[in-house]
Write a protein that binds this ligand. Structure first.
Ligand code: C2E
Ligand code: CA
Ligand code: CA
Ligand code: CA
Length: 278
């Protein structure tokens, strides 16, 4: 009956408290999750629409929590960003990606791999120095690595963004602008940044084959991006008709559940050796 008499805000408060407690305990556990081997890196393929081959993958982190089961990054990445643990986490993902990339390359497979870089790290000297150290220790060709940076990371101070991204470019790493369309930046502004690739956000891609406005947005983004010399990736492709639309629109690469869900390095190796039938 106590529960029945409780005002909605009582319940809300109680929920909030457990949520905060949950977050605090998770944050502590994240500290040791890397050492305990609980973090896993999976890869989602990107399909080259000209050759019908998987030519690139994106590294996505997973946390296999011993009690809570697999946790998606949306739950713990923002926490890690707040607590300044994102640097170690990203260096771990980078190292894993380089190791897997090296193994694929050793089998003669031609593939590049992208790592997600939080806005905070774009401006972190500690991250750049440590990433540089990892990169100089590996034998993989530098031009096989892509850093995906979200649009929001560069919006505040364009000249600072150019300088920061140039550090990565100096290491031979290509920069991809992630989640394009969700921020306020224009393609003209993007021209100033040292980019190689643009990823159109899933929210525009998903209905492009059935919504005239989205179709127009996606088509004009592709056209303008090409004029700026950028390769275009469409993310969140779930439908065959969406893929057909993107092919006709001249999009370079497609990524999404239709092409493949994030998966193990072993399965990626098998995908890389075969033609897709999409
Ligand atoms: P993102 O970089 O935009 O990655 C794409 C997300 O969309 C992934 O979710 C992916 O599994 C999901 N996705 C891919 N294809 C489809 C599709 O066809 N339909 C739908 N509905 N979803 C699709 P995930 O793996 O849960 O990652 C979520 C976000 O967490 C990522 O968004 C990225 O911002 C962040 N993240 C993941 N791994 C890392 C990492 O290692 N470092 C950092 N800093 N962030 C990461
Ligand atoms: Ca991404
Ligand atoms: Ca994205
Ligand atoms: Ca996204």
């Amino acid at each position: 009956t106590a529960l029945r008499n409780a005002e909605p805000w009582h319940i809300h408060l109680a929920d909030e408290q457990t949520e905060v407690e949950r977050q605090i305990s998770l944050m502590g556990e994240l500290d040791v999750a890397i050492d305990l081997g609980e973090l896993e890196v999976v890869y989602q393929p990107k399909l080259d629409l000209k050759t019908d081959r998987i030519t690139s993958v994106e590294a996505l982190v997973r946390w296999n929590h011993p009690q809570r089961g697999p946790l998606r990054p949306d739950l713990f990445i923002p926490m890690a960003e707040d607590a300044n643990r994102i640097c170690d986490l990203t260096l771990y993902v980078l190292q894993r990606t380089i190791d897997d990339l090296a193994a694929w390359c050793q089998r003669g497979l031609v593939v590049s791999a992208a790592v997600n870089i939080s806005a905070k790290l774009v401006y972190s000297n500690e991250f750049i120095d440590k990433a540089k150290r990892i990169l100089t220790e590996t034998g993989i060709p530098r031009n096989r690595l892509i850093f995906e940076v979200t649009e929001s990371a560069t919006i505040d101070d364009p000249s600072a963004a150019v300088a920061a991204l140039q550090h990565f470019r100096d290491l031979g790493i290509a920069i991809s602008m992630d989640d394009y369309g969700t921020g306020q930046s224009t393609l003209t502004y993007l021209k100033q940044l040292p980019l190689s690739e643009l990823k159109i956000d899933r929210s525009f891609v998903q209905h492009a084959h059935e919504d005239a406005n989205d179709a127009l947005l996606v088509q004009s983004t592709i056209d303008l991006a090409h004029r700026l010399g950028l390769r275009v990736v469409a993310e969140g492709v779930e439908d065959r008709s969406c893929l057909t639309f993107l092919r006709e629109a001249g999009c370079d690469l497609a990524q999404g559940y239709l092409i493949g869900r994030p998966t193990s390095p072993e399965e990626i190796r098998e995908m890389l050796t075969s033609h897709t039938s999409l």
